[in-house]
Design a protein around this ligand. Sequence first.
Ligand SMILES: [Zn+2]
Length: 672
Amino acid sequence: MNLLLSSAVISLLAALTLGYSSTNYPYRTASKDDVSYANMDVLQANHFELIVDVDFDKKVVKGVQTIFFDALQDVSEIVLDIQGLTIQRCTYTIAGKGLPGQIEANFDTFDDTAMGTSGLIIYMTDKAFKGDQVTAAIQYTINQDSVSVNWLSPAQTAGKVYPYMYTKCTAIHCRSIAPLQDSPSIKITYAGAISCSDQLKANMSAPFTTAESNAPGKMTYHFQSFTLIPSYLLAMAVGDLATRKIGARTYVISEPSVVDDYAQVFDQLEVILNKTESYMTPVPYVWGSYTVLVQPPSFPVGGMENPLLTFVSPSIMQKDKSQVFVAAHEIAHSWSGNLVTQRDWHNLWLNEGLTVFIERKVSGLLHGEPFAKIENYLGNITVWEDINTFGQSSTQSSLYPLTGNNPDGVYSELPYEKGNQFVDYLQIILNEGQQETDFLQKFLAFYINKYKYQSVTYLEFRLTYNEFVKANFDQAKATDLISKVDWNAWIIQGGKNPYQLDYTTPDATTFQELADNYVRLDGYDQSPDNYMIYNQTDNLNLKVILLQQLLVRTKYLSLQSMMKLDKDYGCTWDVNPEVGQRWFPLAIALQYQDAYDDAFSYVSTWGRQKYILPVYTALVRNNQKSLAIKWYNANVNFYHPIAAKSIRKIIFSGFEEFEHIKVAETLLRSQK
Ligand SMILES: [Zn+2]
């Protein structure tokens, strides 16, 4: 569909505000998604056209959102999800009714403060009947304090000349970008237009079509997606941006002063894409090109798999390419998540667990099985930490957490790592006793192909597993394979898995023992005999194992041990943020003052929550809250609003909510 409205319409739609008042919410969440108030059960969106004008001076975005619906039942109201938007005007039309174009509509809003979300009700004076095509247009403003928009001053960019803005929608923050049926159960195409200063470039998670200058000093960029996506994959970035081609289908975008360095780090991007596509055969990469946009350092997560425009943190741009696996993860989402999507946030493991499995499978193909196994070893540590944080019997330590609230509140690595372990278990039983055929690969491809462009729950995944084994094995074997999967124990119940997978490797054990030796020597004697293995390895994950094991042993470490470790390894000055993530909390716990200046520099350099939240948590836990507040205040304008909110939660929730802090820490340890 073409854009019905040009950006000029924004100015034509004068601020005519009809009957508006905020009300309590008599509305219920959707039957398919308990964190969306949209009435998608009766009115299903199939396309939207979003026009926005980005004003860096006022730090606001003015928008017009036009949504196209199919009426599934007779309906006279349109209910949409919103969050923090100021609604100026709503109109609607119903095709084939002889209505005079867009009709002014009264509207109302309501707030669900517990969930931190709101709803918009548009009252149609003409009733739409089942089968009708309904269109609604909403004029609105994204305010300066939007939870999903990060505004950066020129000083906070690499180039230091131009301002910058980007959005981050997961889990349910797309509704703070535009009124929507903000649910992954709805998959939709969209067209977008972004107007901004002609000195800047705009990007969206859809193919670019044209750009034109329709006002002095302004440029409007147009985008059009042809592939169905869930709302959380809507994304925008506006700034001084340049593009570099990596391979036949792969590109890198970032600021001009850093884009060439980043292109160098990502020189294997095409190889990773090809290898992933090869593994997913016969389901091809359907999105056309693949582009990574490397964000400024405030980006709050490692990566976000927006189709055609993956966002990544520059923290993964290490020259040793040790963090490029994050790109492998986001590429894998092109199949698991973006093509076949979780229907709701309870089923997050379907997106993330499958993606981690595919990512590590590709890592193993590229770097060898031991490399992937050590990633699983580290992942298993976080599974245990998360299970202990949430509790063995808690629904939150299951792959189907039932909380009925904002999914941000229960975010953890469990859907990633426990989900990956479940798929790994399926691999073990499906391939047992033979090596000729990779039945797990065949099953994943069968599942993705069957549900491509759709949203599913684990029930569809389960049915597909049963269907697959019946079609590929004799009756006795199929019955055995079906009986071997206790879906209730794996998915619904919390706590440990019903089958324990072994991810230990000789290298992992050696580095774990190295941590024990540092504790035993207590910093006074010589270093452990094999201490140089840390400096000699080129596998960052092995270094992480040592540091992680030291963290677990914090109460057995002394200040002298810290000084010895720093002398041997220079952890305080290591530029790799994976080191700082473990080292600085350790330094704070042991009051190792030599590291404090660098710790402050660290939380002022990175906005990725995985890296900075452990530092703030360590300060609060170790009675240094005033320092945490000082460091936070110095950086509050740099952090993305989501990260700033997480830090405030850690600092101000207090020890009486200690469990809450632990949850927040887990939640953001490794979002990707
Ligand atoms: Zn992911």
